[in-house]
Design a protein around this ligand. Sequence first.
Ligand code: SF4
Ligand code: SF4
Ligand code: SF4
Length: 323
Amino acid sequence: MDNKDIAQAIREAASRLLAEGAVDCVIGYEAGTLPMRERPFFAYTPEEAQRLTWTGFCCNNLANFLVRRPQGEAGKVAVVAQGCVSRSIVGLIKEHQITREQVHVIGVASPGMLDRDKVQALVGPEKVITAVSEEGEDLLVEGPGWQERLPRKKVMRDNCYTCVQRNPVIHDDMIGEESEPTHGGQIDKVAAPWEKLDTAGRLAAFAENYQDCIRCYACRDACPLCYCHVCFVDESQPQWCGKTQDGSDVLTYHLLRAFHCAGRCTDCGACESACPQGIKVRRLTSKIEKDVRELYGYAPGLDEKSVPPLSAHKPDDPQGFIK
Ligand code: SF4
Ligand code: SF4
Ligand code: SF4
């Protein structure tokens, strides 16, 4: 199935669920006002469901919206989910933020999502892009008086190169065929340059990586794990973290957020895609993902049964890192 067929199948599934009253709302993606800017969309009626779409630029993690629905909307919702989004849904179920019965998963096998910044960089930053379409393994990029064909694999998001679960872990509807499992596994390379450094070197590398951070919190707001009603960075009594762009405040924010995601992050890449400054947020979260996997043999969201390691204590838990 190509993207047009998948989008049509999503619209049909959503219309059916809404018409039957099986769900109150279908959370999917709609086209943005600019090319490559697909955005989350909530369809409440079969007519609204006709706005749903599917392209390689559907980069938001829609599990994010399952725990933030307004009061009074306690009914069942359907959500469009590729592999990483379904892993986040499994995580939210394990963390008792939603129940399996409250969510209808419209699963889509992911071909790997695309990075609009890479597309813009390849065609040239000065060029205005007016249309982008996917044709098999190519991307056709068009502007006033020009068009360029790019190989899809050159403009994938970084996290999609290392993805180990493209198919939905759970689903109630499945659009298209499940794809062959991929074995990314190269996520360990993301943190590798930092791991080689001593403590001072790591601090310097960290400061350099985050030097352009403007503390907008788009990375936090895009993340399905950051659902606290009051985030520690917004607390003022006590004020856990300064509000400035000083290195120490920036470091505190990113380190604490990364630790809050330990054993929970599914490497969906939504934080990195959301960053307006192009900061490589995954350099830190990927290190924590690697440590949890190596220390506890655990990768989040891959099954519904296992207990997250930081939610349980075992007498023989590794503790060599405690000094
Ligand atoms: S991380 Fe995997 S499942 Fe998620 S968008 Fe990328 S390739 Fe698809
Ligand atoms: S920290 Fe980033 S990559 Fe990890 S789950 Fe949150 S948004 Fe996804
Ligand atoms: S989205 Fe980017 S700029 Fe904003 S707080 Fe996160 S890292 Fe900083």
